[in-house]
Write a protein that binds this ligand. Structure first.
Ligand SMILES: [Zn+2]
Length: 269
């Protein structure tokens, strides 16, 4: 078992990595470790995550009150505490604004397409929580329904939060989310997304269930998560958002629809 000193050094190390990778700018983001049943070690507010010292960190109780530390508690501590309460298996939480994944969150798009087998296996899919003002119950209310089912969540118009049974795993999930967002973006730019079939995803989910016994991975609670080839819903809506009907059409079908509409409008004129 690690000492508090080792946890402090680890938070400083992963904070520096988040900064070096461009996953945070200025004083963005926060990291925490659950020390025991009653306390959490967290990054403080208003500090660059790339320039912290172990002594800058604060210890808070499970209601967010500072127990020790010379700096002030992060305004996002409620998000961390929510995750520790809903996921007793979580021992580390990382929140950051990696640009590509946050771009998806800003576009209102979850990273829920079955594009890469390793992502289906490791994270299932990455849902999008509806927007909530940072530091308020709006934000924790938006995350709460998703936290028990996923290990990585996009937060609309904000960023990403990941968690794991230690800080290293929470950090690695953040890297995985951003890397997958880049892959999804490239596939989108290439104009083609060749999604895995339901059968392929089923096999991966089976493997995932076998793995779950030891890792604590949860079953997804959203339909089309992940979206597979032939799925009738292209993107799952953010949790809590009004449902809209969506459907997939091929390029040829779309061209035919547009040409038909143009023909009709010409006739009218
Ligand atoms: Zn943030």
């Amino acid at each position: 078992m690690k000492s508090e000193r080792q946890h402090r050094e680890e938070i400083v190390r992963f904070g520096r990595l988040l900064h070096e990778k461009g996953f945070v700018a200025s004083t963005d983001g926060n990291l925490s470790v659950r020390l025991d049943h009653d306390t959490v070690l967290s990054t403080p507010t208003s500090i660059s995550k790339g320039m912290m010292e172990p002594e800058d960190l604060v210890v808070v109780d499970m209601s967010g009150r500072k127990v020790t530390g010379r700096r002030n508690v992060s305004s996002e501590i409620a998000m961390h505490l929510l995750i520790y309460k809903l996921r007793p298996d979580a021992r580390g939480v990382v929140h950051a604004h990696p640009p590509t994944a946050t771009g998806y969150a800003a576009a209102g798009l979850p990273l829920n397409q079955a594009l890469v087998s390793e992502i289906v296996l490791s994270l299932g899919c990455i849902p999008l929580a509806r927007y909530g003002t940072p530091g308020t119950p709006e934000l924790t209310d938006a995350l709460a329904p998703l936290v028990p089912h996923y290990d990585a969540i996009l937060m609309a118009n904000h960023g990403v939060v990941t968690y794991g049974d230690d800080l290293l795993r929470a950090y690695m999930k953040m890297e995985t989310v951003e890397h997958f967002a880049q892959i999804a973006l490239v596939a989108h730019l290439l104009g083609r997304q060749q999604l895995l079939s339901q059968e392929d995803v089923g096999k991966l989910m089976e493997a995932r269930t076998r793995y779950e016994a030891t890792s604590g991975l949860r079953a997804p609670n959203q339909p089309n998560c992940p979206v597979t080839a032939g799925s009738t819903i292209a993107q799952a809506a953010p949790a809590g958002a009004p449902q809209q009907d969506k459907f997939l059409v091929t390029r040829e079908e779309l061209v035919a629809i547009v040409e038909d509409a143009v023909r009709h409008s010409k006739r009218r004129w």
